[in-house]
Design a protein around this ligand. Structure first.
Ligand code: G3P
Length: 212
C-alpha cells in the first residue's frame, strides 16, 4: 500500500519523506501553504519524493480542464493530475489517460463515480472517507464497495483512501487492500505514536539508570 502525505507544505514533506511514497495536494492545501508560485512549489515537492505528486485542476469545463492538466503534467514526470468526479472531469480523464498522463479522480463519494473513473482509465480514484463520515455516512462501506467492485471487475485503477481522520481508518483501508492512502501530517505522526511505547521506554531508561 502506498502512503502519501496530504499536504502542500514543503517542510512537512522534508520531515516525513522517509516514510512516504508521494504527496497529494488540493487547492485548499496550496492556498494554506501561502505559496502563490504553485508551479515552483510543485516542482520542489516532486524533487523531494520518488513517487507521484497529485495536483488538482481548478478549471471546471472539459477543454479548460484538459489545458490545465497538460500544463500541470509538464511540470514534472511524477505529477498526477487530480480531476473532479464530474461529467467534465471524467471525460477529460478518458482523454488524458489515452495520452499517458496519470490521473487521480478526486471528490469521490459514491461507488458509481469510482466505477466510471475506472472505466475512463483513471490511475487513482480518491474516495473521501472523513468528509462522508462528517455528515453521518459510512465511509468504510463506500471503501468496501469500491475495492470489491474493482477486484471483481479486474480494474487496474488504484483506490486511494483520502480525507482520513484517524489511525483506525488507515488500518481499515489497509485491511480492505486499498492501493494507497493519503494522510495529513498529523495522522501520519499518530501512526508512529503509542502511549505504551513511550511509557515502556521511560521504564527501560529508569531501570537501566538504576543499575549504573
Ligand atoms: O486531499 C484530499 C483529501 O484528503 C482532503 O481531506 O481532510 O480536507 O477532508 P480533508
Amino acid at each position: 500500500m502506498e502512503i502519501f502525505l496530504d499536504t502542500a507544505n514543503v517542510n512537512d514533506v522534508i520531515l516525513y519523506k522517509d516514510f512516504i511514497d508521494g504527496v497529494t495536494t488540493n487547492p485548499s492545501l496550496i492556498a494554506k501553504s501561502g505559496r502563490s508560485d504553485y508551479g515552483a512549489l510543485i516542482g520542489e515537492i516532486c524533487q523531494l519524493v520518488s513517487g507521484s505528486v497529485s495536483v488538482e485542476v481548478t478549471s471546471r469545463e472539459r477543454n479548460d480542464v484538459l489545458a490545465e492538466a497538460r500544463y500541470l503534467a509538464k511540470i514534472h514526470n511524477n505529477v498526477c493530475v487530480k480531476l473532479p468526479c464530474t461529467w467534465d472531469g471524467l471525460r477529460a480523464c478518458r482523454e488524458l489517460s489515452a495520452e499517458g498522463i496519470s490521473t487521480n479522480l478526486t471528490l469521490c463519494f459514491s461507488a458509481s463515480q469510482a466505477l466510471l473513473a475506472a472505466k475512463c482509465g483513471a490511475t487513482y480514484v480518491s474516495p473521501f472517507l472523513g468528509r462522508l463520515e462528517d455528515c453521518g455516512h459510512d465511509g468504510l462501506t463506500l471503501l468496501e464497495e469500491i475495492t470489491g467492485i474493482f477486484e471483481i471487475q479486474g480494474y487496474e485503477t488504484r483506490v486511494l483512501a483520502a480525507s482520513i481522520r484517524n489511525r483506525k481508518q488507515v488500518i481499515q483501508a489497509a485491511l480492505l487492500g486499498v492501493g494507497a492512502v493519503t494522510l495529513p501530517p498529523s495522522i501520519l505522526k499518530q501512526c508512529f505514536d503509542h502511549p505504551l511505547t513511550t511509557q515502556g521506554l521511560e521504564i527501560f531508561e529508569r531501570d537501566w539508570k538504576s543499575m549504573l
